[in-house]
Design a protein around this ligand. Structure first.
Ligand SMILES: Cc1ncc(COP(=O)(O)O)c(C=O)c1O
Length: 404
């Protein structure tokens, strides 16, 4: 993996911010896009633009084929057995809402129990909390241990008491801890509990094979994996997707519409009402090709070296508190510095051209659990370098001397 070759593929990395070279360390919010993904979107609008699944004309046929090729690419990328098990959505949030609202409407009843983890993004936490409120199911929360890992003993206790569904992140967007989801899924299944994985921080950092994992649902967003915004993926087991009612109604999701009744289309179309994000899906395939060409062996080696380096260098700073341990960590380091407010440090870093995230990271339950208002968070991608970590550490040092 030649880092300079990779960086050269990302036009935005040449930008200056406040007159300084951009150091982009907010990749958990969204990754930057390689030129081939940007070109793919332009190519679509210049040469292919047309609505899909509804035209006999050439452009519509071509666009439909490209859309279905994108679905097939997503299925291959995550090891889904059938293309029909891959629903193209707006993103992780919509994918989780699709499953949770279907469960609330048709599969959950009062007395059922649904669990999430305390380290969840609101996208998973709030969505299942609300599905429970609507259906009368009980909402359970699995805590994390001080090293950031999920408390598996607490999970076992919940499983013993009977859980209908567990929905947890593959990788926490605050703690960066990679949950041992294969083991968790096996334990849950032995107890008769279905498992949904929020893979928003997963697919761009670790290889995912939903067949091997045997998860019931897996959701992710294209924009966190070098693809465009507005496109995401939901994988589901066929029997579960078939049992879920449609999420939205409209064109393209019907089989037959009569005056009083409608029958719905087969999978996956039953869940894809209206005109979808066509250009975005086609460009998503390009981003998956980009990731596959780098390869997860090289990518994981590079990112784990960066994370270790960042973890150790940040720890040199007086008063540093990093949340979670270094073991099983991917992509993200969240931290606070004694007597420095995270937001103020983030503003100073921005003035130095360094983009990090500050705040609660859409994980207020975790902030309450840790008893803090927020953190600074740096998050890494394939194009980040050790010298960018040095720039961050130097910037944090400057912020400390200005703010303390
Ligand atoms: C763990 C996790 N889940 C879900 C989401 C929501 O993703 P999106 O906004 O793309 O739907 C995010 C976004 O940061 C995330 O980090």
């Amino acid at each position: 993996m030649n880092i300079q070759d990779i960086r050269a593929q990302f036009p935005i990395l040449q930008e200056k911010v406040h007159g300084k070279p951009l150091v982009y360390l907010d990749n958990a919010a969204t990754t930057q896009k390689p030129e081939r993904v940007i070109d793919c979107i332009t190519h679509y609008y210049k040469h292919l633009n047309s609505n899909i699944h509804r035209g006999v004309h050439f452009l519509s046929q071509e666009a439909t084929q490209a859309w279905e090729d994108a679905r097939a690419a997503a299925a291959r990328f995550m090891g889904a057995g059938e293309n029909e098990q891959v629903i193209l959505t707006k993103g992780t949030t919509e994918a989780i809402n699709l499953v949770a609202s279907g469960y609330a409407q048709a599969l959950l009843k009062p007395g059922d129990r649904v669990a999430v983890s305390v380290a969840d993004h609101h996208s998973n936490f709030v969505t299942w909390q609300q599905a429970c409120l609507r259906s009368g199911a009980e909402f359970r929360i699995i805590p994390t241990l001080p090293d950031g890992s999920l408390d598996l003993d607490a999970l076992d206790k919940e499983l013993k008491q009977g859980l209908k569904l567990l929905s947890i992140p593959h990788i926490s967007n605050v703690l960066g801890i990679v949950n041992p989801i294969q083991e968790i899924i096996a334990r849950a299944h032995r107890a008769g509990c279905r498992v949904m994985i929020d893979g928003a921080q997963g697919v761009a950092h670790v290889p995912v094979n939903v067949g091997d994992l045997d998860c019931d649902f897996y959701a992710w967003s294209g924009h966190k994996a070098y693809g465009p915004t507005g496109i995401g993926v939901l994988y589901g087991k066929r029997e579960l997707l078939e049992a879920l009612p449609p999420y939205q109604f409209g064109g393209e999701m019907i089989a037959d519409v009569d005056f009083q009744q409608t029958t719905f289309a087969e999978l996956p179309f039953k869940f894809e009402a209206g005109t979808p994000p066509i250009a975005e899906a086609i460009a998503l395939k390009e981003s998956l090709d980009f990731l596959s060409e780098i390869g997860f062996d090289a990518l994981q080696k590079h990112e784990s070296e960066l994370i270790t380096y960042a973890f150790n260098r940040l720890n040199e700073i007086d008063g540093m508190e990093i949340y979670g341990g270094l073991a099983n960590r991917s992509g993200v380091v969240s931290f606070n510095i004694k007597d420095v407010y995270h937001y103020d440090a983030g503003v100073i870093l921005d003035q130095l051209g360094i983009a990090v995230r500050t705040g609660h990271h859409c994980a207020q339950p975790l902030m309450r659990h840790l008893n803090i208002p927020g953190t600074l968070r740096c998050s890494f991608a394939c194009y980040n370098t050790p010298s960018e970590v040095d720039a961050l550490v130097e910037g944090v040092g400057k912020a400390c001397s200005m703010l303390r």
